[in-house]
Each structure stands twice: as structure tokens, then as C-alpha cells.
Design a binder for this molecule. Structure first.
Ligand code: SF4
Ligand code: SF4
Length: 317
């Protein structure tokens, strides 16, 4: 859309068109002050923290997460975007398993770059507008805002699901001081299903929407900095050494034919598709550093890869 944009409806539509042009598959808008839905999500986050389900992820306690105004003064609107990272490829049958989010380049960087471009576009259209990009590591209740902006609902496994492209979706947010037209919040379509809860090998989904990180393979393989993986977790790891996709793989919303990501930066690295324990255990720290450059998986340090690989290779019991 060229030239002046006269009203907020036009601006909202033009912003969404910019997001699509940047390659985002999903885009929706929510407004501030937040609805009662966000307040309820805040209350459940507090219950989750009080129960200690965050394990050692103490940054989850950041009080900034509770109020979006802490991230940007006078924030009025939240633009939620989703980037599909699904690709119709499987790792080789003998490979150690790595969660799909880590197959391509670091999604934080990919999304941040795109959202900054949209922020700059917005600044040209509305020079007084202030904006800020939030991707995953910012203290924003991002799944709740994505649901509020209508791009998907929070499934019982706690990931965002969109009815057209499933849950293999990276989220990003652009928050700004401009009033925009809100979208209708998403409604849960999980219904009576509990496939993710039943499939989780460690029982980490303690009840719908409540994932206890202390029992989750994704937490232990990526975030746990202890020298040893707890035995009860190691017994259930199977071949998963970096994250775990089981609860998403079994979800009926991911079982239909899904579109492949068109994002060149998210195409899988070759070494990830066929990684044997022998090969990976022979790599020096330097080799790991090279393999993990520009990858979100570099959060897993070389010693943690070795620890995870040694703990894995068990069958589910
Ligand atoms: S990521 Fe794996 S371990 Fe964690 S809740 Fe999902 S299925 Fe369970
Ligand atoms: S597996 Fe079923 S319950 Fe779990 S997130 Fe998917 S639809 Fe919801």
C-alpha cells in the first residue's frame, strides 16, 4: 500500500500486508489494555511458578512479564506474527533426535530482522509511533498475546496451534504506541482430545495446559545445567538429545498435510538429519562451535550435548 494511510483500519491492514510480505504466515492484532483473558493467563503463570514448574528457569519469574507497559511506555497495540517452520523431512531412522525448532538458523534472529523492518515501516507511516520487537526471550506473555491476537490457541501441551498450519510455528511480537484495529481472539479447538497428555513419555503435562518443566525432556536437554540428567528422565529420553517434539507430533492438528516453510533461513542443516552417537561424541568443542554457529541450539553447550547423548539411546518403557 503506497502513500498516506488515513485511518487506523487502513493502517492495520497495511501492517498485516507488510508482515505477509516479510514471509510471516500468521499475523493478528490485539490491543492494550488487555482483556480478562490475559489476566487469567497471568494468574495461571503465577500458579505455575508457585508450584515450581519452571525448574531452574528463574527468568520466567521476571515481574516485567506481568505488565506489558513495563516493556514499552504507553503501549496500545500488539502485533503477533507466526512463522511456519515445518518441513516435510524426517531425520534418518538411526539418527539421534533434535527438535524441529533447531533445524535451521536461529529463529530469534530471523524473526527480529523481519519485525524490525515492519517497525521501521510503521515509523514512516506514523512518525510519532514508538515500537519494540519481542521474540521469545523478552519478558512478554507471548503465547497469551498470540491467542488474544487470534493467530492460534494455546493447546493442552502449551504450544500455540493454528488450525491451518498446526503448531510448528515460531512467534514474534511487535508492540507499539499506535492504536490499531484488534482481531477476534482465537478459541481453543482441542476439545476432548488428550493425545499429547497421553503420549508424553514422562507425564510432564500434569494436567491440560500445565507442563512441569522438571519432568520435561525439552527442559532437561536444553536448559538443565547439571552435570547429570536425572535417571528418571534419562530412562525416558529414547533418542531425543535436543528438545522433544513428541507432544506436537501426536497432535491431530499436525497430522494433516501441512505446508512446508518457505523461509530459506529455516531449511535444515545437513548434519542434523543424520547424527549418530559415535559421530557426535567424536566432535571437539571447536567442531560443535562451528556446527552451532547461527543456531538456536548453541544454548546447548558442547558438554551438554555429550551428556545428553550418553544419557540417551534408551527405549521407552
Ligand atoms: S516436550 Fe516431550 S517431555 Fe516435554 S511435555 Fe512435550 S512430550 Fe512431554
Ligand atoms: S494433542 Fe489434542 S489436546 Fe493436545 S494440543 Fe493437540 S489437539 Fe490439543
Amino acid at each position: 500500500m503506497r502513500g498516506a494511510i488515513n485511518n487506523q483500519k487502513e493502517l492495520s491492514q497495511a501492517l498485516k500486508a507488510e508482515a505477509q510480505k516479510e514471509g510471516f504466515n500468521l499475523v493478528g492484532i490485539a490491543t492494550v489494555p488487555e482483556s480478562s483473558r490475559i489476566k487469567l493467563r497471568n494468574a495461571s503463570l503465577q500458579r505455575w511458578l508457585d508450584a515450581g514448574h519452571q525448574a531452574n528457569m528463574n527468568w520466567m519469574r521476571s515481574p516485567k512479564r506481568k505488565t506489558i507497559n513495563n516493556l514499552l511506555k504507553n503501549v496500545k497495540s500488539v502485533i503477533s506474527v507466526g512463522l511456519n517452520y515445518y518441513i516435510d523431512i524426517k531425520q534418518s531412522p538411526d539418527s539421534l533426535l533434535i527438535a524441529r525448532y533447531g533445524w535451521g538458523k536461529d529463529y530469534h534472529k530471523v524473526i527480529e530482522k523481519k519485525l524490525k523492518k515492519i517497525g521501521k515501516w510503521l515509523e514512516i507511516k506514523r512518525p510519532k509511533c514508538k515500537w519494540r520487537v519481542c521474540v521469545d526471550s523478552s519478558p512478554l506473555l507471548e503465547k497469551a498475546w498470540a491467542e488474544e491476537a487470534g493467530i492460534g490457541w494455546i493447546g493442552k501441551h502449551s504450544n500455540i496451534i493454528n488450525q491451518n498450519i498446526g503448531s510448528w510455528v515460531f512467534l514474534g511480537h511487535l508492540i507499539c504506541t499506535e492504536n490499531l484495529e484488534p482481531d477476534i481472539p482465537a478459541k481453543s479447538l482441542c476439545g476432548e482430545c488428550k493425545k499429547c497428555i497421553e503420549a508424553c513419555p514422562t507425564g510432564a503435562i500434569q494436567e491440560p495446559f500445565v507442563v512441569n518443566s522438571n519432568n520435561c525432556l525439552a527442559y532437561h536437554t536444553i536448559e538443565n545445567r547439571d552435570e547429570k540428567i536425572p535417571t528418571f528422565i534419562a530412562k525416558k529420553m529414547g533418542p531425543w538429545i535436543a528438545g522433544c517434539d513428541i507432544c506436537q507430533e501426536v497432535c491431530p492438528w499436525n497430522k494433516k498435510t501441512l505446508p512446508n516453510t518457505e523461509e530459506p533461513e529455516l531449511q535444515p542443516k545437513e548434519w542434523i538429519l543424520d547424527l549418530t552417537a559415535d559421530k557426535a561424541l567424536s566432535w571437539s568443542d571447536e567442531t560443535w562451535k562451528n556446527k552451532l554457529s547461527q543456531s538456536a541450539l548453541k544454548r546447548i553447550k558442547p558438554w551438554m550435548w555429550r551428556r545428553n547423548i550418553k544419557a540417551s539411546n534408551k527405549t521407552y518403557t
